[in-house]
Design a protein. Structure first.
Length: 78
């Protein structure tokens, strides 16, 4: 997935636990773990806004684009 999630970085900077963040944002720790580990397929803007408010950051502090390496022509599907 070309979108990397840096919630761990912000948690460390704010000296906050996953459980505390989940409580303050209003989502389950399991759903926060799915997002934090990059397994989420989508994130609601309201959840992103709540994360930013609690962590006192911008969306770009939590999400970043990582280009995937280009595949060789012989590896491309037909």
């Amino acid at each position: 997935m070309p979108i990397a999630v840096d919630i761990d970085v912000m948690l460390a900077r704010r000296k906050m636990s996953v459980g505390e963040l989940a409580d303050r944002v209003g989502i389950t720790p399991a759903n926060l773990a799915v997002l934090k580990n990059g397994r989420a397929k989508a994130v609601r803007f309201s959840t992103l806004a709540a994360l930013c408010e609690v962590l006192d950051c911008q969306p770009g502090d939590l999400l970043r684009f990582e280009a995937e390496p280009a595949r060789a022509l012989d590896e491309a599907p037909l």
